[in-house]
Write a protein that binds this ligand. Structure first.
Ligand SMILES: Nc1nc2c(ncn2[C@@H]2O[C@H](COP(=O)(O)OP(=O)(O)OP(=O)(O)O)[C@@H](O)[C@H]2O)c(=O)[nH]1
Ligand SMILES: [Mg+2]
Ligand SMILES: [Zn+2]
Length: 391
């Protein structure tokens, strides 16, 4: 960041009240961390200030009547034939980018191909230049959000799931495959640090009898308390689909969750023309068949953009130290501020206000247990969910 940008940042920050400044700083810190996590090689490491200035710029533009950050780029063709586009699909060493009405096939430069699982995701905004018969990606533009997970082969590395989404829709099935609240908790940790908002969809509500429905609603109670949209849906009988459409209106979102929970079916239910492939859950083990094999971005009527992703067999959060994990349990925050130690991990420390809130019933005991499992590193989903439903 140069001198002029620093001065501008200082001026813009000076115009905010303390609450607003803290809120922005927190968002910028999340984006900064996400960017650092997925960086490799020796590209310039961005500073927190870069993200702060970007958020402030977006705010200013929004206030001036522009779209805050158009997720589908305007068809800006430069004099030299260069374009800007939104990545709608990624394959090995290449991607498809939507630039206005054109879906452009583009190859990736060698350095990006080498680290493409962390360096490029559907939803990314890219710059393209003509190359051979098609195009080549020349730059991946700064992101306003990035959802990541731990690389299943190397937990110290991150993989990018989707970029620039406003809402991460965590999709689980009420039944078949069975509902695992701890999986929801792991997803919510990842959403919290992504810079996007969360919504929770419990699909296949049609499979529940009255008693089971009551149990599921009780299980969902702590999530309603977190202030995120929680929807009971059924593609089969249409329950909750209109509510989902309302939540997603005007947003770019990504559907994540185990194979077979109905992500592609929900997408199709939102609009029949989306026509994503769906597949039956195997009768024997209740597991999905991994019908969707790669992520794609769909434009739906009603100003909704959805990234459909393949079901993930094992979803693990990356960068799992206690302090960042606790951030993912947003109901802890008001109590955490009152813990005796500032860096309290809410595990064995004396004077822990979070543990006291659990004992008082103000924080869900089940959610706290889920946090402890994550912190203690014994949240191996293969054990916790049973070998048949590894997630
Ligand atoms: N009973 C019932 N079945 C559903 C519902 N939604 C989806 N299904 C069925 O569940 C199966 C899996 O649905 P998909 O939409 O392919 O699931 P997915 O989450 O996209 O799975 P992957 O692409 O493998 O990640 C299909 O047989 C669907 O017909 C629902 O609301 N109720
Ligand atoms: Mg699918
Ligand atoms: Zn504490």
């Amino acid at each position: 960041m140069d001198k002029r940008q620093r001065r501008r940042l200082r001026d813009l920050l000076a115009g905010l009240d303390v609450g607003e400044r803290n809120r922005l700083t927190k968002r910028a810190a999340k984006l900064h961390k996400a960017a650092l996590r997925t960086m490799t090689g020796d590209a310039r490491r961005p500073e927190l200030q870069d993200f702060l200035l970007r958020l402030l710029d977006e705010q200013e533009k929004a206030a001036a009547g522009f779209a805050a950050a158009p997720s589908v780029a305007a068809p800006t063709a430069g004099m030299d034939g260069s374009r800007r586009g939104t990545v709608v699909a990624v394959t090995a060493g290449a991607c498809v980018a939507q630039a206005g009405d054109d879906a452009l096939d583009a190859v990736l430069p060698a350095d990006l191909t080498r680290r493409q699982q962390s360096g490029l995701a559907v939803g990314d905004e890219v710059l393209l230049e003509p190359f051979g018969e098609g195009h080549r990606v020349t730059a991946v533009l700064p992101r306003r959000s990035l959802l990541t997970r731990a690389d299943p082969h190397d937990a110290r590395r991150s993989r990018a799931i989707a970029a620039n989404v406003d809402i991460v829709v965590v999709v689980v099935a009420a039944k078949a495959p069975p509902l695992h609240p701890r999986l929801i908790d792991r997803y919510l940790v990842a959403v919290e640090r992504s810079g996007a908002r969360a919504a929770l969809v419990v699909n296949k509500a049609d499979l529940l009898d009255d008693d089971e429905r009551r149990d599921v609603l009780a299980l969902l109670q702590p999530y309603r308390g977190l202030g995120l949209p929680v929807l009971l849906c059924s593609v089969t009988d249409g329950e909750g689909i209109e509510g989902l459409r309302d939540v997603l209106h005007g947003a770019t979102c990504v559907f994540v969750g185990q194979s077979g929970v109905g992500k592609s079916s929900l997408l199709n239910a939102l609009h029949a023309t989306a026509a994503a492939r769906t597949g039956a859950v195997r009768a024997g083990d209740g597991r999905g068949r991994h019908t969707t094999s790669s992520s794609s971005l769909y434009e739906l009527p009603g100003d909704i953009r959805v990234i459909d992703t393949p079901g993930i067999r094992r979803f693990s959060v990356d960068d799992a130290d206690a302090v960042t994990l606790a951030d993912g349990f947003t109901e802890f925050a008001p109590y955490a501020a009152r813990c005796r130690y500032r860096d309290c991990a809410h595990t064995h420390e004396p004077g822990c206000a979070v543990k006291a809130a659990v004992d008082d019933g103000a924080i869900s005991r089940r959610r706290y247990a889920s946090y402890r499992k994550l912190v203690d590193g014994d949240d191996d989903p293969q054990q916790s969910a049973g070998a048949e439903t590894t997630v």
